[in-house]
Write a protein that binds this ligand. Structure first.
Ligand code: CA
Length: 393
């Protein structure tokens, strides 16, 4: 029987042996790991070199749009995306842009890309409201979030993930495709002094706002941009909303309507969409897929920047050169439109469980961002007007 002192003496030796065994095990494991990593690395390198040979492959996409070819603002987003992708990929992916009606009519863009007639499309999600009721939240809803808030929700608040989930059954991957910022309430051939004046008025106004408008006694009509001027000129419609001064001036609406109303209660931050056919996207190597993602993000921001820069000059021309009468919608009309919006939202989420899911996310984000913007953006805009008044900066 070993005595206690012997046990005490051997304890440090046992610990030393254990440590040595551990060091040896770690050493062997590390060598094995290093060998494995190196094998993995060469496999990745092999993939990369294979990727490099793949990367010499060239891809050409067709992009159909809901706008006339090379149309200012809205139409330029598609051209910008094509240019960014071409420049970033060194010409490995080129996107040929087709205006409305060149391959398919404006309002068939969704189906064309879904079915692979075209690889990509540019338009607005709410154009597909008949097929996908929840799509209105991805463009703009009356009295909803502005451009900055929409970008926040979509890119950092789970909105884009939901959008992709909603479009997945249609074989489509959506991307944010540019924002117009707050739009104008629209062009009218007679003044709107009370909610009664909306009764019987035929207006081109898409999305959920169309339903709100109908509940106020008007008739909402869905017409693509390219047909609006003639529709207004020939009296098919009495009023229309399109975008804002920069785009509306280019369309020439000042020639067919006298009254130009603000604010754009119905589209406070209209977000456009790029849509890509899933198979077309997955046929690209990873780096080109990433280029599509980042080019879309850049084209998205570029549109808002352009509208911010150009709207005021266009508005001044509409007023000073074309004699357009600029008017604000009366507060009681806006309150009535909000009551109609509340009802339209309730009806929408009751009828469609997917819309209810998207609405829950939109609503939660809006609540938080509105709370913060109350003391940031909103407080600042109010205070700068109070402080500067009519003085130039
Ligand atoms: Ca609009």
């Amino acid at each position: 029987m070993p005595d206690a002192s012997m046990e005490r003496r051997s304890a440090p030796i046992i610990i030393l042996l254990l440590v040595a065994a551990l060091v040896l095990t770690i050493g062997l494991w590390a060598r094995e790991k290093a060998a494995l990593t190196s094998a993995q690395h060469s496999r990745i390198a092999g993939d990369a070199s294979q990727g490099a040979s793949q990367s010499q492959d060239r891809y050409e996409w067709k992009m159909v749009t809901t706008w006339p070819k090379n149309f200012p603002g809205l139409g330029l987003a598609a051209e910008n995306l094509a240019r960014y992708v071409d420049e970033m990929s060194g010409g490995r992916l080129t996107i040929r842009v087709y205006g409305a009606g060149e391959i398919v009519p404006a309002l068939e863009v969704f189906d064309a890309v879904s079915q692979g007639v075209a690889d990509a499309g540019h338009g607005a999600a709410y154009y597909w409201k008949g097929k996908i009721p929840s799509s209105v939240f991805f463009t703009s809803v009356p009295f909803g979030m502005n451009a900055q808030e929409m970008n926040g929700w979509l890119h950092h608040g789970g909105g884009l993930e939901l959008w992709r989930e909603v479009y997945a059954p249609y074989n489509l991957v959506p991307y944010t495709g540019g924002s117009t910022g707050v739009q104008m309430a629209g062009w009218y051939n007679r003044p709107i002094d009370s909610i009664e004046d909306l009764k019987g008025l035929k207006m081109r106004i898409p999305g959920l706002a169309g339903e709100v408008y109908a509940s106020a006694g008007g008739t909402a009509v869905r017409i693509a941009g390219g047909e609006l001027y003639t529709s207004m000129q020939t009296g098919v419609i009495d009023a229309l909303e399109w975008v804002g001064p920069y785009n509306d001036l280019a369309f020439g609406f000042q020639e067919v309507a006298r009254y130009y109303y603000y604010p754009g209660w119905h589209e406070p931050g209209a977000m456009l969409e790029f849509i890509v056919n899933k198979e077309s996207l997955e046929a690209l190597p990873q780096d080109l897929q990433a280029i599509v993602e980042y080019a879309a993000r850049a084209a998205n921001q570029e549109m808002l920047d352009e509208y911010t820069a150009r709207n005021n000059a266009a508005l001044q021309r509409l007023i000073n050169e074309h004699g357009v009468e600029l008017r604000k919608l009366p507060d009681d009309v806006l309150m009535a439109l909000w009551r109609g919006t509340r009802q339209a939202l309730d009806d929408l989420v009751e009828k469609d469980p997917i819309a209810a899911k998207v609405y829950a996310s939109y609503r939660e984000f809006y609540k938080g961002v509105r709370n913060y913007h109350h003391i940031s953006e909103q407080a600042y805009i109010n205070i700068r007007d109070d402080v500067l008044g009519d003085e130039d900066y």
